[in-house]
Write a protein that binds this ligand. Structure first.
Ligand SMILES: Cc1cc2nc3c(=O)[nH]c(=O)nc-3n(C[C@H](O)[C@H](O)[C@H](O)COP(=O)(O)O)c2cc1C
Ligand SMILES: [Fe+2]
Ligand SMILES: [Fe+2]
Length: 410
């Protein structure tokens, strides 16, 4: 990987994590990889904005690129820490040891984390307030804007006014390894669509819980004239930064609902009885021309499920009763949807039971705070009868109609 010159004296340094089976944040599969981007700005003094993770051989590649950009860890004057999550700060501990003079610039909330996570002595840390700036000389001035809780409390964005580049760290980021095509204007239509999917899944997995803060951050940064958005994951937006801003606005709005007129259906089944209902549900939903994405728990990946659920106005859950409660893999899915605060959806639940059931009560209890509009559930003992299957097709159709109405009203 080579460093990329973005404009006069501004460079991007980038690594890709593509190891098979790697879980981002120890949790989320990234089958298409993920990039970690940082940026070097040279004035009279040199600053690096965000660092890289300290795994595999990433730091080695990172340092080579730093040298290509005409710097080296030892030559840095300032290290700007927009965000202390270790995917961007892993190298910090080593850097602080090898470079004994550079200053570390971060928000007040980040300062104790620098010490706790990376043993950076506090007398080397300069904290900044919202709106503060740092003059690197030769007209290169960095401005700092606090954007707390996108997605950690200490987060800030850095803005280079000369080139009108915003470095917002995780905000406006996406999954997906980035190779030769680094900028939005280099992407084919297909690659642009790929990165939109990767941005949605990144958002749903990493940022979704903090959507009200994303909206606040976007409103706050609105006053800046932005020519380029250079996030810490994914591609750089220089042709039209409004594209990713609008995607993020839309994703944040899904938190309150309604989202897109689509359905995310998740099903789980031990012996196939609940599984027999899926075709009828899909048929009913599709009969109204509503798109549906189908997942099975626990076989399918939660990260992809969350992305589909986040953008869908309708949710369908099909699961049997297990020890008087929901079948555990589905209970896990529901819990994760609650953590992500997926609210205000049109919802249908179906499922099989053996003797007295219990999944229904458990489901209602665990979702009561979500503000979901839940239709009458369809439960059946053992195998669904033809009349159960008809009822499910009807219910699917009714759900799809409700969704269309819900989305049209918004
Ligand atoms: C381990 C286990 C626990 C179960 N617990 C309950 C229960 O608490 N209440 C109930 O009504 N049925 C219970 N059942 C019966 C299942 O809900 C029933 O067999 C159902 O048809 C399974 O649907 P499936 O084929 O979609 O997995 C249990 C079944 C198994 C295997
Ligand atoms: Fe992060
Ligand atoms: Fe990150």
């Amino acid at each position: 990987m080579n460093c990329i010159k973005m404009s006069e004296n501004v460079f991007q340094l980038k690594v890709n994590i593509e190891e098979p089976g790697y879980l981002f944040e120890g949790l989320w599969p990234v089958p298409n990889g993920v990039s970690i981007n940082s940026y070097l700005v040279k004035g009279e003094k040199t600053a690096i904005i965000d660092l890289t993770q300290d795994i595999y051989d990433l730091t080695q590649s990172f340092e080579l690129q730093l040298e290509q950009a005409g710097a080296g860890l030892e030559a840095l004057d300032f290290v700007i820490i927009n965000h202390m999550e270790p995917d961007h700060s892993g190298l910090l501990r080593d850097l602080a040891k090898r470079n004994s003079t550079c200053r570390f610039v971060c928000s007040k909330k980040a300062a104790p984390l620098l010490e706790q996570f990376s043993s950076v002595p506090m007398d080397r840390v300069d904290t900044v307030e919202d709106g503060d700036s740092l003059d690197l000389g030769h007209g290169m001035v960095l401005h700092f804007h606090l954007i707390p809780n996108v997605h950690w409390p200490e987060t800030m964005a850095t803005y280079l006014d000369r080139a009108k580049i915003l470095f917002p760290c995780d905000a406006f980021g996406s999954y997906g390894a980035v190779k030769d095509q680094v900028f939005d204007d280099q992407l084919s239509e297909e690659r642009a669509a790929f990165f939109e999917q990767e941005a949605l899944r990144y958002y749903a997995n990493i940022v979704a819980t903090f959507s009200p803060f994303v909206e606040k951050a976007i409103n706050k940064l609105d006053s800046l004239e932005i020519n380029v958005i250079a996030p810490s994951h994914g591609i750089v937006w220089r042709k039209d930064p409004a594209v990713i801003i609008n995607h993020y606005k839309r994703y944040a709005s899904y938190a309150k609902g309604p989202a897109e007129p689509e359905v995310c259906l998740v099903w789980a089944s031990m012996y196939g009885n609940t599984g027999k209902s899926i075709a009828s549900l899909i048929k009913g939903i599709r009969s109204e021309g509503v798109d549906i994405t189908v997942f099975r728990a626990p076989q399918d990946d939660l990260g992809h499920m969350l992305a589909a659920a986040w953008k869908s106005a309708g949710l369908v859950f099909a699961m049997p009763t297990y020890e008087y409660k929901m079948f555990p893999p589905m209970a896990q899915v529901i819990e994760d949807l609650m953590v992500k605060k997926i609210k205000n959806r049109k919802v249908l639940r179906v499922g099989s039971y053996g003797w007295v059931g219990g999944a229904e009560k458990d489901f209602r209890k665990k979702t009561e705070k979500a503000g979901w509009d839940i239709m009458d559930s369809i439960e059946f003992q053992g195998c669904p009868t033809d009349s159960d299957l008809c009822a499910m097709e009807e219910a699917g159709k009714e759900l799809a109609q409700k969704i269309k109405q819900f989305c049209n009203q918004a």
